[in-house]
Design a protein around this ligand. Sequence first.
Ligand SMILES: C[S@@+](CC[C@H](N)C(=O)[O-])C[C@H]1O[C@@H](n2cnc3c(N)ncnc32)[C@H](O)[C@@H]1O
Length: 363
Amino acid sequence: MDLVKITEGATKLYVPDKNKYKLDSSMPVFFNDVMKLNRDITVEILKKYFNKKKFKFLDLLSASGAKGIRISNEIKTSEGVFNDANISATKLIKKNAKLNGLNVTVFNNSANKLLKSDKSMYDFIDIDPFGTPIEFLESSIARLKKNGILGVTATDTSALVGTYPKACMRKYQSKNMRTFFMFEVAIRILIKKVLDEANKQKISLIPIFSHSSNHYIRVYFKRVNYLNNYSDRICTLNYCTNCLNYKLTKKFSKSKRRCSCGSYFFQLGPMYSEEIYDKDFVKKLEDINKTILLIKKESQINSFGYYDYHKIAKKIQKKELSKIDDIIDNIIKKGYSASRTHFSNTGIKTDMKIKSFMNILKR
Ligand SMILES: C[S@@+](CC[C@H](N)C(=O)[O-])C[C@H]1O[C@@H](n2cnc3c(N)ncnc32)[C@H](O)[C@@H]1O
């Protein structure tokens, strides 16, 4: 394998030369430098969450070990366990551990086999698959210690954002379509699925941090004492494509529900209805990148969804638009909270109702 030496964060890594291999699952060992953001955020979250305390983690689908090696090297109180089914990957993990002078455990096993045979419990488990994480959820959740963190990445975004509703139903058992806040819907559907799997084992998880990009969705869950209110945290999103109004209800209705504009709502979900961040925890994170900076602001606003002002303006046929920061200022002047969102360059997170938001755009 042709390798190059790079530095990511404070860590040196040997990775496959991207000029020699196509960036897909056919690479001899998978490595995507765009996922640096994902790895940077993982390191920052674990630093602040474990706060100099010892913790044991499992990088379940390690590939080159990039993420786990960074955790081991950049958080010295961690004890790292790595796994990948690809033998070339496990050789590369060992090489990367040696490069950074780290002592780590490396397995070359199928992920679920490892989790079922090795009965270790972990403070942090990372699931970073090709596509959906579903097949790894049950066995990972069973190995998570109380107060432990489960990091879940999903790269099957087209199902989760509603581009392929049938795939979303098949994999996540949620009805979906593209809405103007589809990236948040994607996160809420993924959370519902993970909580569903945990609830089957009478384990409760709460999301403490979530983020998304065009390529993936990522959520961090904390294992908490069993809460038997799982269904209270799940909702149906009633979405009107005619006037863009939406509201939440507890259950799907067998009969069609009408929006106040007279059209019928599309009923989407089930999906998670509560906060997708732990607001107090988010405040502790350093502003290491734009994503965290924006999430620190948007996580303080109580709202379900965000408004994509370009899409909404198109719907109300408003051609000339104010700058996004001026729109946000106008919302705040009216006494509401508002912020940009990491979900979209044209997204605004606010507790203002959609009708009033449209009036602001119309001005
Ligand atoms: C997307 S890559 C992981 C990327 C890595 N976390 C990083 O930050 O660079 C997914 C990895 O999972 C491995 N994999 C896929 N299915 C697996 C399974 N069932 N058991 C173990 N490893 C598996 C693949 O060999 C691949 O290396």
